[in-house]
Design a protein around this ligand. Structure first.
Ligand code: SAM
Length: 230
């Protein structure tokens, strides 16, 4: 059975899409998509040999070799033009790594109409990348599984404007303000406050003053939302 996290990613894949799952590990996501009749064709890309072999094994075990092509490749290099990929999923990595993968071969994205991205941390850099590259957020989800909190961002082509607060927190997530959202950002504030108190103890160089200001700014941004001040 697929994890709740990957099931949520799968729920955003349009029926009949041609999907590339980058960093697929065991290829659980593409296997699930084919088994559930959501897609007929998928690419599973993996840059590390061990996970690549797990993906090959899983696809064979499930008898899906005709539907899923597993490739050992770095990021979007797993995608070939003739694949006709229109949807890309990248899950279970940090936001900065996801962005670096998206930036590595921009031409691969030409045929792509939907990106489903699940950063473990720093979703903010994905929102910043999206604005710069003319992608807009279609949907956003925050969920908790095994005591970890995950965000999923669904992007389609288009322009969007986000405030600094919306870029950090997610516009829809901020409005929904689910229990998981409040939990995530309450923990984040506690962590920033710990950082602040350790900064207080250190010597006061200009560098530290700047860092302190930056952390306080973030605390204020998030507290405004948690305390319903926006
Ligand atoms: N996507 C699966 C999931 O969400 O459960 C697996 C997540 S796993 C934590 C991250 C995987 O991404 C690892 O198997 C790693 O080898 C792979 N990976 C990291 N950087 C990559 C890259 N540049 N190209 C392809 N795969 C990459």
């Amino acid at each position: 059975k697929l994890s709740k996290r990957l099931e949520a990613v799968a729920s955003f894949v349009p029926t009949g899409a041609v999907v590339a799952d980058i960093g697929s590990d065991h290829a659980y996501l593409p296997c699930y998509l084919v088994h559930n009749g959501i897609v007929k064709k998928a690419i599973a890309g993996e840059v590390v040999k061990g996970p690549y072999e797990s993906a090959l094994r899983q696809v064979k075990l499930e008898g899906l070799e005709d539907n899923i092509t597993v490739r050992l490749a770095d990021g979007l290099k797993a995608v070939e033009q003739r694949d006709g990929v229109d949807t890309i999923t990248i899950a279970g990595m940090g936001g900065p790594l996801i962005v670096s993968i998206l930036e590595q071969c921009p031409e691969v994205l030409h045929s792509v109409t939907r990106l489903i991205l699940q950063p473990n941390i720093h979703a903010k850099v994905i929102r910043e990348w999206a604005i710069r590259n003319h992608w807009a957020i279609l949907d956003e989800v925050i969920l908790k599984e095994d005591d970890k909190i995950y965000e999923i961002l669904v992007l389609q082509r288009g322009d969007m404007e986000l405030t600094e607060q919306e870029t950090l927190l997610g516009k829809q997530l901020m409005v929904n303000k689910s229990d998981v959202f409040v939990e995530k950002w309450t923990k984040e504030i506690a962590n920033w406050k710990r950082i602040l108190s350790s900064i207080e103890k250190a010597d006061h160089t200009t560098d530290i003053a700047k860092k302190r200001e930056d952390v306080m700014h973030h605390i204020n941004l998030v507290e405004e939302v948690l305390n319903d001040e926006v």
